[in-house]
Design a protein around this ligand. Sequence first.
Ligand code: G3H
Ligand code: ZN
Length: 286
Amino acid sequence: PLAATGELVGGAAAARSAVVAFNIITLEHVEAVVAGAEAAGTPVVLQVSENAVKFRYGRLLPLARAAAAAAERAAVPVGLHLDHVQSDDLLRQAVEAGFSSVMYDASRLPYAENLAATRAAAEWAHAQGLWIEAELGEVGGKDGRPPLDAHAPGARTDPGEAHAFVTDSGVDGLAVAIGNTHAMTERTAALDHDLLKRLAGALDVPLVLHGSSGVPDGELAAAVAGGVAKVNVGTALNMAMTRAIRDFLATHPEAVDSRKYLGVGREAMAREAARLIEVIGTPRTA
Ligand code: G3H
Ligand code: ZN
């Protein structure tokens, strides 16, 4: 069934676990993530980024409607989240499109402007009953820019600043920069676990890890144990899909029915989604 993202994240945080939020681009992504979560038997979040909306000819509603329909029929709770929103126009479409949460991303702006824009977004979101996440520090590799191999320490989230930012903006969750980078195709990110510990100690809202595709399994599990309650995954599913389709087409040059290759791509994404949920989303007691 459809669930509120805020409740899924809050429940995961209380269990010292994390809910995985997968970026969806096509209907195959939607179906694969739901199938993967059903196989793992855990809640999941389907998230649509502003960049995905741009790919869908600028229209949010068709993909959002498909995601909502899949969520309503799912055997596990599914939250719908609008991801990396920079446009106020898109932000204001969240409720009509059926989302229970948004990530408002003004992290490209200097601190004072990020805070002012995020506070205004949080006031609006709360008036609509939405859970809102923001970002402080900069998780690089967004907007098609090349991913950074080593995250610049200067871009990392400062615990004292983060405490002030959360208090003054009123956001419900915070995306932190702790050595994670978007769009990595190798799982080589080394997270700063000491910084994560200090951030978890300084903040009383759930922490969100972006750019999780580049983070090795053990580091992901350690991040969850260290206080991350929402883990965003995008590139890993695209890699699984693309590899499977590339292999299939290479060995089946006669194939023309799109169901044949989209089907193997969907299966590969579902397997990877279930695998990541097992690594990330299994409740831990320690
Ligand atoms: O908000 C989306 C995530 O941060 C996805 O990042 O594509 O590097 O896994 P990723
Ligand atoms: Zn992200």
